[in-house]
Design a protein around this ligand. Structure first.
Ligand code: ADP
Ligand code: MG
Length: 237
């Protein structure tokens, strides 16, 4: 149950790399609140800290300063084990380069996080089947990643991100390696999820992806440089 008004909350979130002269403020004291069901797009030039921000929000990296809460629970102070469990249950990641396991079929890739989360083989397989159907790949379930197009691989990755029914989906340039047709496929799937109330943070350079967001943040040098709410947001606009 989500009792917090914000699925994601960050306060003075910071990540620095290196020391002295070589010190880089990848993320520089960012405050952020993402309510349930919101789609937030993050843009900005290469190296401005977008991926780092996403990793901090999803517990893939630890901050060097500040705090992060997911679903009202502070995650930056969790043990490795508790953090891994939280991530598995509550966060779905989609990466630009898909990150599928090459030796496993589409079905096996999708069911893997469900098995790791402790679901039975049968439950995991059932979920994987439903999700592959939802992303239009039921007929490709037994294919290996190498037998799929880029767009199909990314749809497998989206299905995998959803297998544990996560509270939030974090996507890092999810259409960065896709052609227009495949981009539109992924956008359609994201659009459906968005309608279903899923909370999204999407790092993107693609205006078509940014256009589906409720809120658009642009980053520069680890900080927010712009923050707009496209007209579709509704009353608070
Ligand atoms: P973006 O995703 O916007 O391209 P990143 O979040 O990947 O940016 O990187 C932000 C900054 O942090 C960059 O200057 C990058 O070089 C630096 N950085 C990221 N990861 C590391 C690391 N592991 N060690 C040192 N510097 C890093
Ligand atoms: Mg990046």
């Amino acid at each position: 149950m989500n009792t917090s008004p914000h699925v994601i909350r960050a306060h003075a979130l910071a990540k620095t790399h290196g020391r002295g002269q070589g010190r880089v403020h990848a993320v520089d004291e960012i405050d952020l609140e993402v309510p349930q069901g919101q789609t937030l797009a993050v843009t900005g030039p290469s190296g401005c800290g977008k991926s780092t921000l996403l990793h901090l929000l999803g517990g893939l990296e630890r901050p060097t300063g500040g705090q992060v809460w997911l679903d009202g629970r502070r995650i930056d102070t969790l043990s490795e084990r508790a953090l891994a469990r939280m991530r598995r249950r509550s966060v779905g990641f989609v990466f630009q380069a898909f990150h599928l396991v090459e030796e496993l079929s589409a079905t096996e890739n999708v069911e893997l996080p469900a098995l790791l989360a402790g679901r039975s083989r049968r439950q995991a397989r059932r979920r994987a089947g439903l999700l592959l159907e939802r992303v239009g790949l039921a007929a490709r379930a037994r294919h290996l990643p190498s037998q799929l197009s880029g767009g199909q691989r990314q749809r497998v990755a989206v299905a995998r991100a959803l297998v544990n029914d996560p509270l939030i989906v974090l996507a890092d340039e999810p259409t960065g390696n896709l052609d227009t047709a495949a981009t539109l496929d992924v956008l359609r799937i994201f659009g459906e999820l968005r309608t279903a109330g899923r909370t999204f943070v999407i790092v993107t350079h693609d205006e078509r992806v940014a256009a589906m967001a409720d809120r658009l943040i642009s980053m520069r040098d680890g900080m927010f440089a712009g923050d707009t709410r496209p007209a579709r947001t509704g009353p608070e606009g």
